[in-house]
Design a protein around this ligand. Structure first.
Ligand code: GUN
Length: 291
């Protein structure tokens, strides 16, 4: 079997097209231009690339983009003051503070400072709770993007055995909630799970979000499984030349592609969906804020 490659880049492009139409309608029919503020503290190169892409794509769909780049030595108090200012700014409908923040800043304090009505990451306790009990509001971007790809490929997810590898607040836990809401039977595996390969082999759907390059091998998969690879790991690529690097996922694509029925590539799978869903969440918060 050779798996179908799930094209997240194309899906995200189409989604952004629909979002641009929605933004246009919000502008002309309601006089609202959604505004998204992205905040980055420090100069982590990967975070800078993500934040620049977020700001660029925000502007491309017609929203206002406010980018705040703060030096690494910014104090926690100063960051909290900026968040408070953005909370109070009526032109800002979404606030995203790029994680990780430098070590001297408590990320939980920052997350809790964001007005849940503008929390486009869906990281605040209020929004995590809303997702859990099924109330409307923003949904964590990467899990939402993964869910859209799964629904698009499989249709109804009801009754599927889903195994999520990784229990992070950013991906694993919200993914669990979303798949439960779609009536999957969900297992969340993690670093202490015993016989991980055997657990993964039970899955109709595998979501790999563990942050370990190419950890999930093809022989861990049930033939025909659908594999969503959330990992984005930069590794050395000596085959491309000395000092060169490449991006790989948490799944060993070369072996998995022969066993799975469908798989997301890295890059070009879940990654582009994360930003598109961030824009979708900004429409959600802008619409909810304006009643
Ligand atoms: N760092 C890596 N992914 C994310 C994300 O989705 N949101 C934020 N705020 N930071 C991140």
């Amino acid at each position: 079997m050779t798996a179908k490659i799930i094209d997240g880049k194309l899906f995200a492009e189409n989604l952004r097209g629909r979002i641009a139409g929605h933004v246009q309608r919000l502008k002309t029919e309601h006089g609202i231009t959604p505004g998204l503020a992205v905040v980055i503290v420090g100069s982590d190169p990967a975070s800078q690339v993500y934040v620049s892409s977020k700001a660029k794509q925000t502007a491309e769909v017609g929203m206002n983009s406010y980018k705040h780049e703060l030096p690494a030595e910014t104090s926690e108090a100063d960051l909290l003051a900026l968040v408070a200012k953005l909370n109070a700014d009526p032109a800002v409908h979404g606030i995203l503070v790029q994680l990780p923040v430098p070590k001297h800043i408590d990320p939980n304090k920052v997350i809790e400072a964001i007005d849940p009505a503008k929390d486009v990451d869906s990281f605040t306790p209020a929004n995590v709770g809303k997702v859990q009990i099924g109330l409307p509001g923003p949904v964590s971007c990467t899990p939402l993007g993964a869910l859209m790809l799964l629904r698009d490929h499989l249709g109804n997810l009801e009754g599927k055995n889903a195994v999520i590898i990784g229990r992070s607040n950013l991906v694993g836990k919200p993914m669990m909630q979303l798949l439960l809401r779609d009536n999957c039977t969900v297992t969340v595996a993690h670093s202490k799970t015993q016989n991980l390969a055997d657990v993964v082999r039970q899955a109709d759907i595998v979501v790999a979000a563990v942050g370990r390059p190419e950890m999930v091998k093809g022989d861990w998969l049930k033939p025909g499984a659908v594999v969503i690879d959330v990992g984005i790991n930069r590794v050395p690529a000596p085959e491309k030349g000395e000092g060169k690097t490449k991006l790989v996922g948490d799944v060993d694509f070369a072996s998995a592609v022969d066993v799975a029925s469908a798989i997301t590539p890295v890059p070009g799978g879940v990654g582009p969906m994360t930003i598109a869903c961030l824009l979708a969440n900004t429409i959600t918060t802008a619409s909810l804020i304006n009643g």
